[in-house]
Design a protein around this ligand. Structure first.
Ligand code: XIL
Length: 302
């Protein structure tokens, strides 16, 4: 294949990117995005603050812009994200207890129902585990409604859109020996054993020198897949440049390709200048839209 989507397609996988609605009018951006990628994640437009800015008043304008662009260009959509401690609307941030639980479940139900049939995979719950050595849940207003909030969100999402794949998504879960990885693994194993509807696990894969691509990434992906879920790289970016960056990207692709149930890779933006990172050059295209060494190594590895 001569594009990322074509090359990934040779092994039945997808290659995706995060899309920002306000960049779609930039033709350099949309030309690259349309040519290279066949899976789209809204970078911010489907988050709780964007889709429910006031309680029970839903707002889908920017999310629809992305979904319509994707669908009219033959691409699929990863929905991101139904429930998360971050980027909550103001009204939700100070809620607690039963009213917060019900508001969260209502949000999951409303948004997943609105997009029923149009979403390949939902990130149902994002970033619910703590960093560090505990392996436990992250403290948040949602977590304080009870440890079962995650499974409640998954059940609500399944009921609202039975055709969508349902993912748990997190970061720093790439290294098999990290406590956070083990914590998520144990939750997924528990969900599978009790019939909680979960289909996949997303690995954000935001890497930098302090958090490099682990050499055991394939082990992590394989162990999760062995629980009976698909795995996906969902927000890949790697700080750095040149051949060192290219090699690390290659390692991520290699790890995914070595696991049959690793079904796709998404990078978190198109050009370096589109990245959420304040500085640095973590993506596959430079600020002018030129292919970087990292692009070539990914394409050749796929
Ligand atoms: C980031 C976006 O890229 C930024 O534009 C926004 O300001 C903050 O969120 N993990 C996630 C993504 O799941 O939603 C985050 O996206 C990056 C970290």
């Amino acid at each position: 294949g001569s594009t990322l989507q074509a090359a990934a397609g040779e092994s039945g996988r997808y290659f995706g990117t995060a899309i920002a609605a306000n960049r779609l009018s930039d033709s350099t951006y949309s030309t690259i995005a349309n040519r290279e990628f066949n899976m789209v994640t809204a970078e911010n437009e489907m988050k709780m603050d964007a889709t429910e800015p006031n309680q029970n008043q839903f707002s889908y304008g920017n999310a629809d812009r992305i979904v319509n662009w994707a669908r009219s260009n033959g691409k699929q959509v990863r929905g991101h994200a139904l429930a998360w401690h971050s980027q909550q609307p103001g009204w939700m941030q100070n809620m607690s207890g039963t009213s917060l639980r019900n508001a969260m479940l209502n949000h999951v139900t409303q948004v997943a129902t609105y997009y029923r049939g149009k979403i390949h995979t939902w990130d149902v719950v994002n970033e619910a585990f703590a960093d560090g050595s505990s392996g436990g849940r992250r403290d948040s207003n949602l977590q304080r409604t009870g440890n079962d909030w995650i499974e409640a969100a998954f059940r609500a999402a399944r009921a609202a859109d039975p055709g969508a794949k349902l993912c748990y998504n997190d970061y720093n879960t790439d290294n098999w020996s990290h406590a956070k990885t083990q914590g998520v693994y144990n939750m997924v194993r528990d969900f599978k054993s009790r019939g909680v509807p979960i289909d996949c696990v997303g690995f954000q894969a935001h890497f930098n020198s302090g958090n490099p691509v682990p050499s055991n990434y394939d082990v992590t992906l394989r162990n999760f897949a062995a629980l009976g879920v698909d795995v996906q790289i969902t927000e890949l970016d790697i700080e750095g440049s040149g051949s060192s960056q290219a090699q690390q990207y290659q390692g991520v692709v290699q790890a995914c390709l070595s696991v049959a149930r690793c079904t796709g890779i998404t990078v978190w933006g198109v050009r370096d200048s589109d990245s959420w990172r304040a500085s640095g050059t973590p993506l596959l295209f430079d600020g002018s839209g030129n292919k970087k060494a990292a692009y070539t190594s990914v394409l050749n590895q796929l």
